[in-house]
Design a protein around this ligand. Sequence first.
Ligand SMILES: O=P(O)(O)OC[C@@]1(O)O[C@H](CO)[C@@H](O)[C@@H]1O
Ligand SMILES: [Mn+2]
Length: 441
Amino acid sequence: MAKSPSFLSAKAVGSFAYLTIKDRAPQILTKAIDTLHRHKNEFFEKHGEEGVEAEKKAISLLSKLRNEMQTDKPIVPLVEDCADTDLWNQHLEYQCSLLNESNEQPSWFRSPWLFVECYMYRRLHEAVIQSPPINDFDVFKESKDQNFFESQESITALCTYLQELIRTIEDLDENQLKNAFFKLLQISLWGNKCDLSLSGGESSSQKTNVMNSLEDLKPFILVNDLEHLWLLLSTCKKTREKALLNRVSIILDNAGFELVTDLALADFLLSSNLATEIHFYGKTIPWFVSDTTIRDFNWVIKQMKHCNRKWMSKCGLDWENYLKVGRWVYHDHMFWTLPHDYSAMPQVAPDLYAELQKACLILFKGDLNYRKLTGDRQWDFTVPFHQALNGFHPAPLCSIRTLKAEVQVGLQPGQGEQLAASEPHWLTAGKYGVFQFDAPL
Ligand SMILES: O=P(O)(O)OC[C@@]1(O)O[C@H](CO)[C@@H](O)[C@@H]1O
Ligand SMILES: [Mn+2]
């Protein structure tokens, strides 16, 4: 078996990983510190002097973290005893073993980018939980909520389209159903552009109506396996006995507009009978600035339900009902906020792997999921996606991802080189996307 290529890391000066750890990650910590500072009065009103002391402590812990990163200090073990602390510290020991020969310590600019970037968010969480009584504060909530509020035009247009689709769905022929399916998948793909960790926490809302740009965006889809998804789900629908369940699992990414696009897609899958149940997987802690937690998931549905726009409110009501009757299920699992790539899931989280195996299709949203699917390694662009998955095949799966990191596989010969020649930042600007499918052989 050929040796796998090296991990992306900030060792490569000028690389996107390097620029992230050097510039964007410290900027994200600074914004988190500013957010805590701006909530000082709220903490005082809620908790009195204890709240102000807690704010000071969290800020001091985050400032220390930022300094460790900016001065490339060794990565230190987590100290707060949580359910995942041992797994994190065991992984840190594994990272130490990778550097044994060079007699070096894991550090921000030497260790794999995936590890240190995930570690930063887990240390940020540790700083907050070490600061009671503000230990359940989400430093990213404001920006996730703002993304939702600033995307109202797109959300309204999407809900109006979805409700019209549902109203007429019995009259749609096979081809019309497929086109609607593809349209909602593309909206979910481009919803992934709205990612606050790429923008360093600056607003990245969907201010224009993405539905009007789908045709213009088609040339930016580098791998398009949509037909595989249609064939899989339409065949499951035709061959399914009445009772048999067809589960589609969605590994969520960002809250706000992207989450609404994923919920709209999920509604269509049920309304069209392409699936009988949808399982969603979010993050158990605030993660990569915009990622969805259970609070974000419930907040978006509640906001939709109570808003004064007819079709948005109808969607919110329907979606709340899907959850009530169990046709939509939300899962929390700590694995998604560990630093491991997905080929480690059978060993590290066999219960989660077994759960994913129950799906007839798994949709992985976003760039970080793509990085974890492919091990965040420096693969040649033409390496098959199946190979890069390194044995991770719980069920047929599809990555729905806009490119925001220097890892991409499954391209045609010369395709990557041609893009690099015309667009130096094609891998990281979020301008290109993929629908990349894999089925167990
Ligand atoms: O998973 P998402 O939300 O699509 O993107 C997350 C992400 O793009 O943000 C980082 C920027 O620091 C990337 O490296 C990382 O993959
Ligand atoms: Mn994300």
